[in-house]
Design a protein around this ligand. Structure first.
Ligand SMILES: [Ca+2]
Ligand SMILES: [Ca+2]
Ligand SMILES: [Ca+2]
Length: 456
């Protein structure tokens, strides 16, 4: 005879605090009891086929996985437990018209005494389901109204600033169907002469954190960037929360000049912002950096265009945010304005970027505005340019952009389930000092390279 002892109990409400009836609650744990067979459901996620056990909430919003049913009702008796190798199991809450909630749940059984009898139960935290229409202002996957109920900030994806996003704090890994992109990590800018370019970007206000020589001899590791074994010098350079990863490829070296038109497909331009464009132009004059006025007047400039030593096109736009001066005191540049990606077909590019986890803001006049959770905006611009994106990541210019994710293994499964080809089927751990991260790279429909990075 099975020894059953433990209830799993909880309730589900809408974001106004009203109980929700007939919510399907599925626990993907180990099940013991007569009810396991009839309540079993199979869910196919991008990563795996999950077997769970499903019940419905009753009119007061409660659900119980109850091993104590007497008599005939014993056919519904179920005790949900952890697989011995796991620290949690997944729970899924679904109701038509509402967004699913997936939660990693660690049971915590306590004893209760009712009518002289001892019961053991674990109480699942209250779940508030967002309707399909409810707004999620900070993009952390939890609608504003539910955040108010949970006590998190509806306008901050990481309310307490500890580096763990609100959805992760509340639900762990969350839905196995979702991508987990969070923020723009860096641009890789390839240059022909490391020191010359380092000086140039330092003049703009960037500062080098560390400089590394990288020698990748293992072809499997090199495949992470779709290259043969390679060697390079690299330095992450910081300015105003934005990072350029400056790279000089030693081998294989490709000296082809960067895009010469801002309309060329892919990452044709770098767009920075400054507090004081007039002052910056004086700095450029003093350092023999030529520029063209794009908007405004010479006495009241708004946007200028110039180039790095290899010809990578840079726009500088005056945006006064009282960001303070950078430490160099040379220019008033204070970070990245936005990221533009030129695409040949806006409709398929928009679909692609939505599939890989961007939020679509709007689409108008041949441009789609998209953004990441951190609010950094990208524009996808339809271009009729015949010049393609760079074919390899070692091409001079902006070779790729890297985006921070919080679950790269799941992202890989989701991307594969959508038929997107990755350079490698598993995340690469770089050899040497960068082994604190894992990455995977792939291309958009115009072969622009996107890299996803997760820190260990
Ligand atoms: Ca939110
Ligand atoms: Ca939030
Ligand atoms: Ca947090």
């Amino acid at each position: 005879m099975l020894y059953l002892s433990s209830c799993t109990i909880g309730s589900v409400k809408d974001t106004q605090g009203n109980p929700l009836e007939n919510v399907s609650v599925t626990a993907y744990g180990d099940c013991a009891g007569q009810g396991c067979g009839t309540h079993s459901v199979t869910t196919l996620t991008p990563a795996e086929s999950l077997t769970g056990f499903q019940i419905q909430t009753i009119p007061n919003g409660y659900y119980v996985f109850n091993p104590y049913y007497p008599g005939n009702a014993a056919q519904n008796a179920m005790e949900i437990n952890l697989d011995t190798s796991e620290s949690h199991y997944r729970m899924q809450f679904s109701k038509t018209g509402f967004k699913d909630v997936w939660m990693d749940y660690t049971p915590d059984f306590e004893d209760y005494y009712i009518n002289g009898q001892s019961f053991s139960a674990t109480k699942v935290p209250e779940i508030y389901l967002c309707s399909d229409q409810e707004v999620d202002s900070d993009g952390d996957g939890i609608c504003d109204n539910a955040e108010i109920m949970y006590g998190t900030d509806p306008f901050l994806a990481d309310s307490n600033g500890d580096g763990i996003y609100d959805d992760q704090e509340l639900f762990g890994n969350g839905s196995p169907y979702d991508m987990n992109l969070r923020s723009l990590l860096h641009y890789n800018i390839n240059v022909s002469d490391f020191n010359t370019s380092k000086d140039f970007y330092e003049l703009l206000g960037f500062s080098v954190l560390l400089q590394v020589n990288v020698d990748v001899t293992d072809p499997n590791e090199a495949q992470g960037l779709n290259l043969p074994p390679y060697s390079l010098i690299a330095a992450p350079m910081f300015l105003g929360g934005f990072i350029i990863d400056l790279i000089q490829f030693n081998s294989p070296y490709d000296g082809t000049a960067p895009h010469d038109s801002p309309d060329d497909l892919g990452l044709a331009t770098l767009s920075l912002k400054t507090e004081n464009l007039l002052s910056d132009m004086a700095v450029f004059d003093a350092n023999n950096i030529t520029y063209n006025l794009i908007a405004g007047t010479l006495s009241d400039p708004e946007v200028i265009q110039f180039a790095d030593p290899d010809g990578t096109i840079i726009y500088l736009t005056e945006v006064q945010e009282n960001a303070g001066l950078n430490s160099s005191g040379l220019t008033y540049v204070h970070g990245l304005l936005n990221t533009n990606i030129n695409v040949s077909d806006l409709s398929s590019a928009t679909t692609f970027y939505e599939e890989i986890g961007f939020n679509i803001i709007d689409q108008q006049n041949g441009v789609t505005n998209i953004e990441l959770l951190d609010g950094h905006q990208f524009t996808l611009t339809e271009s009729i340019s015949g010049d393609p994106a760079y074919q390899e990541v070692n091409h001079l210019g902006i070779g790729r952009i890297a985006i921070l994710t919080t679950n790269i293994d799941q992202d890989i499964k989701v991307l594969e389930s959508k038929g997107i080809d990755l350079y490698t089927s598993q995340a690469i751990v770089p050899s040497g000092p960068l082994n604190i991260l894992r990455y995977v790279a792939f291309e958009d429909p115009d072969e622009t390279v996107i890299e996803l990075v997760e820190y260990n």
